[in-house]
Ligand binder design. Structure first.
Ligand SMILES: C[C@H](O)CC(=O)SCCNC(=O)CCNC(=O)[C@H](O)C(C)(C)COP(=O)(O)OP(=O)(O)OC[C@H]1O[C@@H](n2cnc3c(N)ncnc32)[C@H](O)[C@@H]1OP(=O)(O)O
Length: 721
């Protein structure tokens, strides 16, 4: 159905204006034009005394149409953005001749809430969610939100809601003054009609949010609040300008009044729409929603079967994390271990995971007890016939896994999904001793599994679309972002992470200071540098993972002795108090002269420094030498069809390896930097430092043809999905 807006006038003289644009009634251009047209008509008509605006099908509005924002970013045409804030929200609605009330059910986000705030009052159901989440898209509110929200709820709360993109529920909104009245769903429209008539007939005040001053703090308090918020934003988002611009608009409103603030907001909003940050974050918004659209799988009309009961085999760190994720979403779990000692340890870890939520105030003791009761520890497979999905999470031993899957095939129902959390073993090998290849699938979680948002769903050429659809659905139920990937060493995240983790010691061997490498990567926006990460995961794991890549792709590996040399000195990473860094009792890291000496010794032994002297290199080039190899491996992943679409790689790198979301994920970033430039650099480093940097044919071809990495791979590519 085409987006539209309807107007219906009741015998009471109230015009009901309804937004239709499923699924979230986004404010697409025709909707905005429709609102303007219907408001103008209602203002003109003699039989209309007051107006109620509402959204169709239980949702007020999810805000300005983000598809349209993306279009504007592509065309670069600012005129398309229009003057909605001033002409429509302020002059037509807020300052209109007749009062208007927003009747809010469900979502009122971004432009949706801004529309509601431009009305003279708001009535909502108890299920309403109200927020201005624009900053998570790299923009600032642009329909007057930076002015009206502080005037309705006070500066501190408004700033918190905007900077954290955090909505409030109806009850809190009511307490704050954002919602004037909460009504039962069935009575929402009637209550809003009455409120609108009460304003028209002077039984209630005719409020205009933009003109209000009662909730805004005095100038000096306001300055302090904004100053504090600026410092917080700088700390939390050092590479982003739009949070500061949001505060600029708010500040202008406090100093010069709401109208002046709205004018500044309009200007800064337009600027933000064209920023690289917004392009990147909008890419992430759509990429995240695209992961569940898998060609040849989710377009077959298959209905996901509800996986109501699960079993996890192995109660170690991963198994207990997976079980925690399942029970947190109310899915009962059988946790299987080989003996009582391991079982109790696994159950203890699950309890610990929940206790830490209680400590952080995310869960009550009562809820914890209820959640914990959903897990049952077992030492045999007796109850496995009752489960809909099994996730195996034992140690990486092929023989053991093969035995487990052969056993599972015997004891589980023939429709049960048999998943493995392996991060290294070929899935075809795991299922080799079974005839259940169609329901054997990878469910690769990231540690800690109950916290990390990504789930790699690994399919083989035997896995059935139904099994994939079922697991995608389970991923959504347990609040993960599922990405469907093909079967190869390291799947997607670990595979593109390998070259990054090898480039760091390679740079070190070329004479670059190791702490500088970490600092550059942090400044780029990763949560931590590669050496700090190695310390965190522990050197045993880091070495084992590196080894797999070297075995799978010896021609493009780099073997460094740095970690091995640290281990010889008894430094194993953060858990032992020292690795690349030394750690105090509160696990705060400090550079360590001993590690630096070991680094120098490794450099000498490696003999990579040209003429025995450290290379001279800029910070920018350090970041490039670490991350262009990631782009290179991503290109291989795309060419081989391990990832069906570049946007999946964007999500996988952001959620799995901490690639900064505001750079849009690895493919989006590579396109922004320029594939040609990347290939030229890789070729130069190949000549200087060896084949580790050699660009793959696919990337070279894309550079030559000018086709972006994010463009679809042609259908004759050798797909392994
Ligand atoms: C000028 C203004 O200040 C600027 C703005 O208003 S910018 C927009 C501000 N609004 C937002 O940021 C809200 C973005 N949307 C969301 O957070 C979530 O989609 C939601 C909470 C509204 C709904 O979540 P959920 O029910 O899980 O459904 P979800 O899968 O996310 O979305 C359903 C569909 O609606 C689309 N959609 C959601 N919000 C949209 C929007 N504002 N514009 C266009 N499409 C939107 C999604 O892309 C998705 O499309 P698909 O089915 O084709 O993939």
């Amino acid at each position: 159905m085409a987006p539209s807006v309807s107007l219906e006038v009741g015998s009471d003289g109230v015009a009901i204006i309804t937004l239709f644009n499923p699924p979230v009634n986004a404010l697409a251009l025709p909707v905005l034009a429709g609102i303007k047209e219907k408001f103008d008509e209602a203002m003109r008509r003699d039989d209309v005394k007051a107006i109620v605006v509402t959204g169709n099908a239980g949702r007020f509005s999810g805000g300005f149409d983000i598809n349209f924002l993306r279009e504007v970013q592509k065309t670069g045409d600012t005129s398309l953005l229009g003057r909605v804030s001033i002409d429509l929200m302020t002059y037509t609605i807020e300052e209109g001749q007749k009062p208007s009330v927003a009747a809010i059910d469900g979502l009122a986000l971004g432009g949706g809430l801004e529309l509601a705030m431009a009305c003279n009052a708001r009535v909502s159901t108890s299920k309403a969610q109200l927020g201005l989440p624009e900053l998570q898209l790299g923009i600032i509110p642009g329909f007057g939100g930076t002015q009206r929200l502080p005037r309705l709820v006070g500066l501190s709360k408004a700033i918190e809601m905007m900077l954290l993109s955090k909505p409030v529920g109806a009850q809190e909104g009511h307490e704050l003054g954002l919602v004037d009245m909460i009504a039962p769903q069935a009575e929402l429209l009637a209550a809003a009609r009455k409120w609108a008539l009460d304003i028209a007939e002077h039984r209630r005040p005719w409020m205009q949010s933009l003109r209000r001053t009662d909730k805004i703090e005095g100038l000096s308090d306001a300055r302090e609040i904004i100053k504090f918020a600026r410092a917080q934003a700088k700390k939390n988002a050092p590479n982003m300008r739009h949070p500061q611009h949001c505060l600029d608009a708010i500040e202008e409103g406090v100093i010069a009044g709401g109208f002046a603030g709205a004018l500044m907001e309009e200007k800064l909003f337009t600027q933000a729409v064209f920023s690289d940050t917004s392009k990147a974050l909008i890419n992430i918004f759509f990429a995240q929603r695209n992961t569940t659209k898998v060609k040849g799988v989710t377009d077959l009309g298959l209905k996901p079967r509800a996986l109501k009961k699960a079993a996890v085999v192995g109660g170690g760190l991963m198994g207990s994390g997976i079980a925690t994720a399942l029970i947190l979403s109310n899915i009962p779990v059988l946790l299987k271990e080989v003996n009582d000692k391991f079982l109790q340890a696994g159950l203890g870890r699950i309890k610990g995971n929940l206790q830490s939520r209680v400590k952080k105030g995310k869960m009550t003791e009562e809820k914890m007890a209820k959640t914990l009761s959903l897990v049952k520890g077992v030492l045999d497979y007796n109850d496995f016939k009752t489960v809909d999905v099994v996730i195996e999470a034992v140690i990486e031993n092929i023989g053991l896994k093969q035995q487990i899957f052969a056993d599972l095939e015997k004891v589980c129902s023939p429709t049960c999904i048999l998943a493995t959390n392996t991060s290294t073993i070929d899935l075809n090998l795991v299922g080799e001793k079974t005839k259940s290849g169609d329901r054997i699938i990878g469910a690769h979680f990231f540690s800690p599994a109950h916290i990390m948002p990504l789930l790699e769903i690994v399919r083989t050429d035997k896995t059935s679309p139904q099994s994939i659809v079922d697991l995608i659905n389970l991923g959504k139920v347990i609040k993960k972002t599922p990405v469907v990937v093909g079967n190869c060493t390291g799947f997607v995240v670990n595979r593109v992470f390998f070259p990054y983790n090898m480039a760091a010691p390679l740079l070190l061997d070329l004479g670059v200071d190791l702490y500088r490498i970490d600092a550059v990567v942090k400044a780029f926006g990763m949560p931590m540098g590669p050496f700090a990460l190695a310390d965190l995961v522990g050197f045993g794991v880091a070495l084992a993972v590196g080894q797999q890549h070297l075995q799978a792709h010896p021609e493009r590996g780099y073997k460094s002795m740095f970690i091995a040399n640290l281990m010889k000195e008894g430094r194993l990473g953060q858990s032992t108090g020292k690795g690349v860094y030394q750690y105090d009792e509160r696990r705060r890291a400090k550079p360590d002269p001993v590690a630096m000496k070991i680094a120098q010794k490794t450099q000498q032994e490696a003999g990579k420094m040209p003429g025995g002297k450290p290379i001279k290199i800029s910070d920018e080039e350090i970041a490039e030498m670490l991350l262009f190899p990631v782009v290179n491996e991503s290109a291989r992943v795309l060419e081989e069809g391990i990832c069906a679409q570049a946007s999946d790689l964007d999500i996988a790198t952001v959620m799995g390896m901490g690639f900064p979301a505001y750079r849009g994920g690895v493919c989006h970033w590579a396109d922004a930097v320029g594939i040609k430039y990347i290939v030229t650099k890789l070729q130069k480093w190949t000549e200087l430092y060896g084949d580790f940097f050699k660009p793959c044919t696919f990337l070279v071809e894309r550079a030559a043809s000018g086709v972006k990495l994010s463009e679809p791979v042609s259908s004759n590519a050798k797909s392994r999905l």
